[in-house]
Design a protein around this ligand. Structure first.
Ligand SMILES: O=C(O)[C@H](CS(=O)(=O)O)OP(=O)(O)O
Ligand SMILES: [Mg+2]
Length: 224
């Protein structure tokens, strides 16, 4: 069974889960793992030690951090980030929703799912009988971008689907890009000057990269 583990409904989180935060934590983590091997996850907004600090609250870069939670900004500074990582600095990410969901989710295997790696994260879990897609949403508000991301990933799987997934699969048959462009997540980012991140986050399967969250070490490591 593929279900959507939804805090809005008393649904079950299976032992294998894909955390989906299209705008933008999953997209940012996947982008980072295209050129480094691991990303530490925190829910703090404090700089604690040496490191490349990446993060935002409500879309705005956290004061004192090196970068915001912007995959296009990360790519534009790829060489600098990679140099500091290779020199031994940790790369640390803190976001409004995605990193909080990762920290609080109880599952044995947790993967990072986005539109940019949809097919590849689906390939990682396809042998499992039960998998939960976990849309991060926006604090306590439904986020259609994450729901659509779940549908796009589910579309690469051939399991039995719960009714949330069936709705998401119907949704992606239409103009899902416009739905994302008009989402509250995207409008917030557009108002903050990050419209390019929205377009980037919708490039389906543009990254053959999948991260797995290791709870005990609070980090995401590349597994593909
Ligand atoms: O950084 C983002 O795009 C969002 C900000 S907001 O919660 O949508 O305002 O955070 P994320 O944790 O990536 O959903
Ligand atoms: Mg989000």
């Amino acid at each position: 069974m593929i279900n959507i583990y939804n805090k809005f409904a008393d649904s079950k989180c299976y032992e294998v889960a894909i955390v989906v935060d299209v705008l933008r934590a999953s997209t940012t983590i996947t982008t980072l793992l295209s050129f480094i091997d691991e990303v530490y996850i925190t829910t703090s907004t404090e700089r604690r030690e040496k490191g490349v600090y990446i993060g935002e609250r409500k879309g705005k870069k956290i004061k004192g951090f090196d970068f915001g939670n912007s995959p296009t900004e990360i790519l534009a500074n790829k060489e600098t980030i990679k140099e500091r990582y290779m020199a031994g600095e940790d790369v640390i990410l803190s976001t409004t929703n995605g990193t909080r969901v990762l920290k609080n989710l109880n599952a044995d295997e947790i993967y990072i799912g986005a539109i940019i790696n949809a097919k590849f994260v689906a390939d990682i879990v396809k042998e499992h009988e039960n998998v939960s897609l976990v849309p991060c949403h926006r604090e306590n508000t439904f986020a259609i971008d994450d729901f659509i991301g779940c549908g796009i990933i589910a579309n690469y799987l051939t399991h039995e689907f719960d009714e949330f997934v069936k709705v998401a699969l119907e949704l992606i048959k239409g103009d899902w890009r416009s739905l994302i462009l008009n989402s509250s997540s995207a409008q917030n980012l557009k108002n903050l000057g990050y419209e390019g991140d929205v377009t980037f986050a919708m490039l389906e399967n543009s990254f053959k990269v999948v991260g797995s969250y290791k709870k005990e070490e609070s980090k995401v490591v590349r597994v593909k």
